[in-house]
Design a protein around this ligand. Structure first.
Ligand code: ADP
Ligand code: GLC
Length: 492
């Protein structure tokens, strides 16, 4: 099958979260099954052109009633299987993407022209295929920024009866919390009639909802874990689109993300001091813990439990309950318990400020504000526990990375966390992590307390859970096959 992935984020070129990892690890998994996969994303300002090849000539893309011209750059995805390289195409347009930021920047968190930027990108996907003379069977797009690919296929390209008339579309929801809702004055840039505005489902209380149009228009839909697929069809988790998802439920399912075991593997990780496997975990983790404590300037102590976090600092991740000045549980945890807590993250300004002020007041809490690939690996390896109190979590990759590194997740009972972590049973010793139901500061405090209690009182059970976690298989093999079934389901 010929599959074209359209995404606003792809690791290692542009990443704000797990979407980038998912696209760059699902694609090679599909290529390993013998399929022909290509990827397209915008050429953002910080993607260095000098490492890329430029396709000859300029490319015209319809925008509104006119046309915009852009260049196309290309590279081979570094994680491609050697015998089936995956070409990556970068859509280069100075006006739309020649600025700092993917969706926004600290001064303009959501660029005003995002509807124009991403509708341009989605139309460019079709022009790219024409330019390179390669027409996919499946157009697979991810989240709202690429959702218009499904709309253009159904309401523009297919009716033309051209090269795309046999193509099908899949839209993957990575995060229902971001829908691309804008004033409908922006609709004119899409170059589609007002009949399509209503038929494709753009209309949303007199606004324009891009994700919603994608959910109506794509041939098949999925999200990134089975449990989240069920949750999104309920009012509590549907972000007002639960009705749409129930309506489309025959074409909608959850497929659990895999992890890229070439990148996230404690036996071959260049960012940790000593690689380890199940049989060498004690020594490997001890070295990593020491390195992590030194990195953050914590007291070097093997006996104190070290809790790590790597996260976007946004409400989705439970940071209000942890750090909110009114009822931060992080403060009480560090004050009352004999633990160390380290955090790597960036995001909302109030939260960055609060965390830094907390680090100034507590000797056992340290943070690094920013984005660091190397440190994220060291935290996964060097921590004893990994804290992820998500409000909602479509899949979550960090808890799977933690399990692969023998680090026990402390997570909320929601979304993909339910599909990947098993709660500790202190009678039998079974489980791979610690879970709680309610997102309250008290529940976080209690559950961290439970994990710390187990650390000091049930060490053999902790060691057994670590091994159980490392032995879990989160590779893409199973899930890639499910995507193929989804694609085949469309094509009959
Ligand atoms: P989400 O996509 O909702 O942020 P995931 O758990 O799916 O959550 O994926 C998060 C990804 O982003 C992981 O690969 C994680 O290591 C990475 N990440 C998040 N924040 C940072 C950061 N500050 N520095 C390095 N990596 C980060
Ligand atoms: C989103 C979700 C996260 C998921 C990731 C990759 O960013 O928030 O839960 O793991 O996409 O699918």
């Amino acid at each position: 099958m010929k599959i074209l992935m359209a995404s606003s984020e792809v690791h290692p070129y542009a990443k704000t979260g797990g979407l980038a990892d998912m696209v760059s690890s699902l694609s090679p998994a599909l290529a390993k099954l013998g399929h022909e996969v290509r990827i397209v994303l915008p050429r953002y300002y910080n993607i260095d052109r000098s490492g890329l090849d430029r396709l000859e000539g300029a490319m015209g893309v319809p925008v509104g009633g006119g046309e915009e011209w852009c260049a196309v750059y290309t590279a081979v995805l570094p994680s491609s299987p050697p015998n089936n390289p995956i070409p990556v195409y970068f859509i280069d347009h100075e006006g739309f993407f020649g600025r700092e930021g993917i969706y926004g920047n600290p001064w303009e968190p959501d660029f005003l022209d995002n509807p124009r930027r991403f509708s341009f990108f989605c139309r460019a996907v079709f022009q790219l295929c024409r330019k390179i003379g390669w027409f996919p069977d499946i157009l697979h797009s991810h989240d709202w920024p690429a959702a218009l690919v499904s709309v253009y296929l159904k309401f523009w390209e297919r009716p033309l009866g051209g090269e795309f008339s046999a193509a099908s579309s899949v839209l993957t929801i990575h995060n229902l919390g971001y829908q691309g809702i804008y004033d409908k004055d922006n609709y004119s840039c899409m170059g589609l009639g007002w009949d399509v505005f209503y038929n494709a489902g753009f209309e949303d209380w007199n606004m324009m909802n891009i994700l919603k149009a994608g959910l109506y228009s794509a041939d098949k839909l999925n999200t990134v874990s089975p449990h989240y697929a069920g949750e999104t069809k309920t009012q509590a988790h549907g972000f007002r689109l639960d009705g749409v998802l129930r309506y489309r439920s025959a074409d909608y399912l959850g497929i659990l993300n895999g992890i890229d075991t070439a990148v996230w593997n404690p036996a071959a990780d260049p960012y940790i001091p000593q690689p380890y496997t199940v049989s060498t975990i004690a020594a490997g983790k001890a070295r990593a813990k020491e390195a992590l404590q030194r990195e953050f300037g914590l007291s070097v102590d093997a006996d104190v439990p070290l809790i790590g976090m790597v996260t976007r600092l946004t409400g989705q991740k439970g940071v209000d309950e942890l750090f909110g000045p009114g009822y931060g549980s992080a403060w009480s945890i560090c004050r009352d318990m004999n633990v160390q807590l380290v955090l790597l993250g960036s995001g909302e300004t109030w939260c960055e400020d609060e965390i830094q002020s907390l680090a100034g007041r507590l000797p056992n809490f340290k943070c690094s504000i920013g984005y660091r690939e190397d440190l994220s690996h060291l935290i996964e390896a060097g921590s004893d526990f990994f804290l992820m109190p998500s409000r909602y979590e479509p899949c979550g990759l960090n808890q799977m990375y933690s399990l692969a590194y023998g680090t026990l997740p402390i997570v909320r009972n929601t979304g993909g966390l339910v599909d990947t972590v098993e709660n500790f049973n202190q009678e039998t010793g079974e489980g791979t992590g610690f879970m709680f139901d309610d997102l309250t500061p008290q529940a976080i405090y209690n559950t961290v307390g439970w994990a710390v209690w187990a650390w000091y009182n049930r060490r053999p059970q902790i060691e057994a859970m670590r091994i159980a976690g490392m032995n879990k298989d989160f590779s893409w093999e199973k899930s890639a096959g499910k995507y193929i079934e989804l694609y085949k389901g469309i094509r009959g």
